[in-house]
Design a binder for this molecule. Structure first.
Ligand code: BJ8
Length: 443
């Protein structure tokens, strides 16, 4: 393995703390991931990505920067990768799934803040996140109250924070607000990179991101088989790497795994035996290395067949409508004359982008019947025997919404278990007991 010490030093990381983090991450990965049986061979790619997540991938980003590209970090799936790519920037996810520098964090945030927000601060204060330190712009968003207020404090720790406003209702006004914010973001990114987005660059970016999402859709589809050809942990990993990897390479790697899984399904070969109880996991996003609950579920005799989460189907499920490209064919690429100019084409694409993201049914929206319907739909489509709803402690939107989720699933006779937890391991034993009891009842 290459030595990246100098690169990390140049980024201003705390080398000692960072080594500690990599150690914990490496051991957790070995215990949770590499100990699994019957893994698809294609997971070798993701094992490699994880082993190099703070190494080679960061080096690639630094090389991109040296060639004039900008890096944008984001904490939410509402930040459109299409706009970043179209302006010659790379978007990376910054959410973190581990506690770090908690004492320091609690000087900025109340104790009763969710682990996800605390972790973002911990990675900054502990100087252990090379993604955050490489970012030329960090995008926060007004989603839950916790994040919204936390960005006010984060702004005192980083100089390049950009805050995106988001609607809270799925109304026409809400959609107009989102479109307006996407235009404001487009301008900010163009200013950052010095690159003006054109119809052609936006078209290419939409295609790249649609391809990436389509590959994940293909993977999800294959998980409907019994036996499931891939474990939930491995599928979650692919969904997590979605936020870090080079988009074209990611798409190719996921499609390659899908080819292998199709063959496995034909041969009736599963990651687990047929008739293993099937679980749909629903709730808060799980960022690397937050694998605690999936690991408990899958070492308790069940297999996870879908994630109703932003690191999962909520984040990836819809594509940007590509029918607008027909107009571009006649104008924006400058090949043919047309009555429609590039600005109008861009505007239509911005509409299509807004339409796609506006369907994300995060629990910060009210009312949020779409999410309840989607959970039932997923449970049925993936033939789940039960749903485990996962909320991070102190996450009001998801904890509150877990009650109507429970109700709607009960009405459909779908067993549900509601879990509230954090990033610590203190409750692992107690969670295991509850999860085992739930899974036994499904059998
Ligand atoms: S679109 S889910 S990625 S906001 S867990 S910080 S909600 S208190 S993460 Fe999210 Fe965007 Fe929504 Fe998705 Fe707040 Fe809850 Fe913490 Fe959360």
């Amino acid at each position: 393995m290459s030595d990246y010490t100098q690169m990390w030093r140049d980024l201003g990381l705390n080398l000692e703390a960072h080594d500690m983090l990599l150690n914990v991450l490496g051991n957790a990965y070995k215990d949770i991931y590499l100990s699994q049986k019957n893994r698809p061979e294609g997971m070798g790619y993701f094992d490699f990505v994880m082993s190099e997540v703070h190494g080679l991938r960061i080096k690639e980003l630094i090389d991109e920067k040296a060639q004039g590209r900008k890096i944008i970090g984001s904490y939410c799936v509402f930040v459109p990768e299409e706009i970043a790519l179209a302006a010659n920037a790379t978007l990376v996810g910054l959410c973190s799934g581990a506690d770090f520098a908690i004492e320091e964090v609690e000087k900025y945030l109340p104790r009763n803040t969710c682990s996800l927000i605390k972790s973002a601060f911990g990675f900054k204060l502990g100087k252990v996140c090379p993604y955050l330190e490489s970012a030329d712009m960090v995008v926060g968003e007004n989603t839950c109250d916790g994040k919204k207020k936390a960005y006010e404090s984060l702004g005192s720790l980083i100089t390049n924070l950009y805050v995106m406003d988001l609607p809270q209702m799925k109304s026409e006004q809400g959609k107009a607000l989102l479109k307006g914010e996407y235009y404001r973001f487009k301008e900010a990114v163009e200013k950052l990179t010095g690159v003006k987005i054109t119809g052609t660059s936006l078209k290419n970016a939409i295609k790249t991101v649609n391809a990436k999402r389509s590959a994940i859709h293909r993977l999800s589809e294959l998980r409907k088989a019994d036996p499931s050809p891939i474990s939930g942990l491995d599928a979650l990993l692919a969904n997590q790497v979605f936020f870090y990897d080079n988009p074209a390479r990611f798409t190719e790697s996921v499609n390659k795994i899908c080819d292998e899984l199709e063959k496995r399904i034909q041969d009736k070969q599963g990651a687990v035996p047929a008739k293993t109880p099937r679980i749909l996991l629903s709730g808060c996003p799980m960022a690397v290395p937050n694998w605690k609950l999936p690991w408990i579920i899958e070492t308790s005799g069940a297999v996870i067949v879908g994630e109703e989460s932003c690191v999962g189907e909520r984040g990836t499920r819809n594509l940007v409508d590509e029918s607008i490209f027909n107009l571009l064919h006649n104008a924006g690429d400058g090949v043919n004359e047309s009555s429609i100019d590039d600005n109008q084409i861009i505007d239509k694409m911005m509409d299509a982008i807004t339409d796609r993201y506006f369907k994300v049914d995060c629990a910060i929206f009210t009312p949020n019947q779409e999410r309840l319907n989607h959970i039932v739909e997923m449970a049925q489509n993936y033939k789940a025997d039960g749903v485990i709803h996962y909320s991070l402690q102190f996450c009001q939107p998801y904890i509150m919404e877990s009650i109507p989720v429970d109700k709607v699933l009960e009405d459909k006779n779908i067993p549900t278990l509601r879990i509230e937890t954090d990033y610590g391991m203190e409750d692992a034993g107690q969670l295991k007991t509850r999860v085992q009891a739930f899974i036994e009842q499904l059998g």
